[in-house]
Design a protein. Structure first.
Lengths: 182, 300, 292
């Protein structure tokens, strides 16, 4: 089975649409370079990058041939993990690149991983027809709510992905594990 | 099974009626999408919470109000992208209603969002007056009664047009709907970080342009009273580059609006069918270049 | 219980059995108390739109779990994850309107599905992919991009993907969609070959397809199997209950215009009418009407 997954990596990577992800990474790098040259606080740019990259990784779960592949022995969860790994690794690399370009206080890939895990958890538990769209929208929604809600308990809880990313990652991962058969 | 068919009597002679019917169908679907309304609520909330506070960066409240529109723009783009993405699949390609007319109908259906953006701009203007004005500058060059100019508020309407055009372009050209979410999010929220475009050379290219522009006018040792009395100033401890003039220009904002209209036309050109695309791209290029040149000329 | 003939590795006996399987989506019951026992051969599932054919096939393909009832596929219970994986190793499934990766070639697509069916020997897998594509008549097009192929050719790529790995259980949801008559005949040969070693379950709206291909027919309506038997038996249901005339017959259960302009009717033969030779179509229409 692991051999099958390893052999499936290259064709799966080919099945993923990389152009939007590459363009998005380009925009983020440009924004970070601008932030660096402007000398402003780049934390918000990194937070946008974390949410954007997380949404991109989660959107990679969309598989046009899912129906065709629904009855193969390599389970849908294994195929999802493969897609997440294929997209997640370059996304993390891009995040580190952006982080290295700034002197922001938000350091480490915690927020990116936490948002990605939240998106995947929503994608697993949401109704199948809109699962991936809802999952990809989750990092975006969490960022926007954190950014615009007035400070207080709700805002603090919504912002845990930024302040307590590893706990959020753990909780979302548990949700993913619980929903692995869905 | 028996069928009775009726041949449409007026369709060929009344294209406006057909377009109107298409607009109604598309508008009903687009306006029924909860995303732009949820985003509008967030935008209004964010705008409402901007109030001048003692000790703030001079101009912080003035600068903070305009970027609050970003979530609504994102929502507009999402809603506008859906019918254009749907149009990627041919529906009745041999029907007499041309693709250009269908595209026009989709765009007209999105116009209510532009009207809402206009209403939002009016709300912003009312809110600023309700607050008694916003603060710009520090003593001795300071005002507590600053209001956004008409041109700056018109930017919100122009941005709504750009949002519709961006949604249309990405919806039409991107093969996977799900990839639109991160793309639109990053584009709209990155441009909402207005200080990225704060340098005079970059300001004309910004999408969400936030004034005032800060122009260095003298060293920190300079006497601020020696500057013209109508200048709004910012200096130590807020800056490390000496005295700066906080410059608000309605002319700059109008030229920026022209630039935004050009960008909207260019994006519409991307979404438009082959016939008529060239005209849109030409108009868009002319407007965009004129807007850029105008801004460069106006900025001191 | 299924057994395997050790000499030929061909499963014998019952390959698929279902007892009381039920599946509902909200308040809509798509499959209602279905009982089935199938062995080797080709089984056609007929039924009107919304009858529950696709849901039943998705359950048989282990894609959907039934809400109630017991299911045994190739002697294994697919409710258990390990057994389900084992079933899937020996299963081929063609969904209704399958979507493929447009940027792949047919060879790459079939090879990819073979990998996911855990065929890890690359050269053997490649050979099998080529064989399957040649079997469905895509030998010349296997290196073209899928997005450049016609709808019928794309359907055949999906069919080759379902066939890869010599499955003992083949579940096909409307496999002949988009195929021209020549391709349909080729499909029959491919399926007949598969049916020698295992069970093929296919859904279709084409009764002629069923008559030509299937040893057994299931007619579904409103989630239930309302009739089962051979195609000849289905046609026989209309024996003495089908006739033709030039006028409407108010007593007929169903009437329709035929090509030459006469009307064909199924129902109780009126006095004086001459019975026509029944077809599977007649039997199907009669059965679905009588069960309502």
């Amino acid at each position: 089975m692991n051999t099958a997954l390893a052999q499936a990596a290259v064709p799966t990577a080919r099945a993923i649409r990389w152009t939007p992800a590459v363009c998005l990474a380009g925009v983020l790098v440009a924004a970070t370079v601008l932030a660096r040259s402007a000398g402003g606080p780049a934390d918000v740019v990194l937070a946008i990058a974390a949410a954007g990259l997380a949404a991109t990784v989660v959107s990679g779960l969309h598989d046009p041939a899912a129906a065709m592949l629904s009855a193969v022995p390599v389970s849908v969860m294994q195929r999802r993990v493969l897609r997440l790994a294929l997209l997640g690794l370059p996304a993390t690399a891009v995040w580190f690149l952006l982080d290295s370009l700034t002197a922001a206080q938000v350091s480490g890939p915690g927020p990116l991983l936490a948002l990605t895990a939240c998106g995947v958890a929503v994608a697993l538990w949401a109704p199948p027809r809109r699962a991936v769209v809802m999952g990809a929208s989750t990092p975006v929604a969490l960022f926007a709510l954190h950014q615009f809600l007035p400070s207080g308990t709700v805002s603090d809880v919504v912002g845990w992905w930024l302040t307590e990313p590893w706990w959020v990652l753990a909780a979302a991962t548990l949700l993913c594990v619980a929903g692995r058969r869905r | 099974m028996s069928m009775t068919t009726v041949r449409p009597a007026t369709a060929a002679s009344a294209p406006a009626t057909v377009t109107r019917a298409l607009v109604v169908i598309e508008a009903r679907r687009m306006l029924g999408n909860p995303v732009p309304w949820a985003c509008l609520a967030l935008t209004i909330w964010a705008m409402w919470t901007v109030t001048p506070e003692p000790g703030e960066w001079p101009g912080a409240s003035y600068e903070g109000i305009i970027p609050a529109v970003a979530p609504f723009l994102f929502g507009i783009s999402v809603a506008a992208s859906l019918p254009f993405h749907r149009a990627r699949h041919d529906v009745a390609p041999a029907a007499p209603v041309s693709e250009a007319r269908r595209t026009l109908a989709r765009l007209l259906a999105a116009l209510p969002f532009v009207v809402v953006a206009l209403a939002y701009a009016v709300l912003v203007a009312w809110r600023e007056r309700d607050l008694g004005g916003l603060w710009i500058g520090m003593e001795p060059g300071r005002t507590t009664e600053a209001l956004h100019t008409t041109a700056e508020l018109a930017q919100l309407v122009a941005l709504a047009l750009v949002a519709v055009a961006l949604g249309a372009a990405l919806g039409r050209r991107m093969s996977r709907l799900v990839a639109l979410v991160p793309a639109l999010f990053v584009l709209w929220f990155v441009v909402s970080v207005y200080w990225l475009f704060g340098q005079a050379a970059l300001t004309p290219y910004s999408m969400i342009q936030v004034q005032p522009l800060n122009i260095t006018v003298g060293p920190s040792s300079a006497d601020p009273l020696s500057f013209p009395s109508d200048w709004l100033l910012v200096g130590n401890p807020h800056t490390s580059e000496g005295w700066q003039r906080q410059w608000v220009s309605e002319a700059l904002a109008w030229w920026h609006d022209v630039w935004l209209l050009g960008v909207a036309a260019l994006l519409l050109g991307v979404a438009w069918p082959r016939s008529g695309r060239r005209a849109l791209l030409t108009v868009g290029t002319v407007l965009a270049v004129a807007g850029l040149v105008g801004q460069h000329v106006v900025i001191p | 219980m299924s057994t395997t003939d050790t000499a030929t590795h061909t499963p014998t006996g019952t390959l698929l059995s279902a007892a009381g399987i039920t599946k509902a989506f909200g308040s809509q019951t798509a499959v209602d108390q279905v009982d089935l026992t199938l062995g080797r051969g080709i089984v056609g599932v007929l039924g009107p739109n919304g009858a529950g054919k696709t849901t039943l096939l998705r359950i048989l393909a282990t894609v959907l779990a039934p809400d109630r009832g017991t299911l045994s596929l190739l002697g294994l219970d697919p409710a258990h994850p390990t057994a389900r994986t084992e079933v899937r190793r020996r299963l081929g499934y063609l969904p209704q309107s399958p979507r493929l990766y447009g940027g792949f070639t047919p060879l790459e697509m079939v090879d990819y599905v073979a990998i996911l069916k855990e065929h890890t020997d690359a050269s053997q897998r490649r050979r099998e992919a080529v064989t399957m594509l040649e079997a469905v008549g895509l030998g010349d097009a296997m290196h073209k991009r899928i997005r450049t192929l016609s709808g019928g050719m794309q359907q055949r790529v999906a069919l080759a993907s379902a066939l890869v790995g010599a499955p003992d259980l083949l579940v096909l949801d409307e496999p002949a969609t988009g195929l021209d008559p020549e391709q349909r005949i080729a499909l029959r040969s491919v399926l007949a070959e598969t049916a020698h070693r295992g069970c093929v379950v296919l859904s279709t709206h084409n009764t002629a397809e069923v008559a030509a291909l299937c040893q057994q027919v299931l007619v579904m309506d409103r989630g239930r199997i309302c009739w089962s038997g051979t195609p000849a038996e289905l046609a026989g249901e209309a024996e003495g209950r089908v006739w033709e005339s030039d006028v409407e017959e108010p007593t007929a259960l169903r009437s329709w215009l035929t090509g030459p302009g006469t009307r064909r009717h199924v129902g109780t033969l009126p006095d004086g009418a001459a019975p026509a030779v029944p077809t599977v179509d007649d039997g199907y229409l009669l059965v679905t009407r009588l069960t309502r």
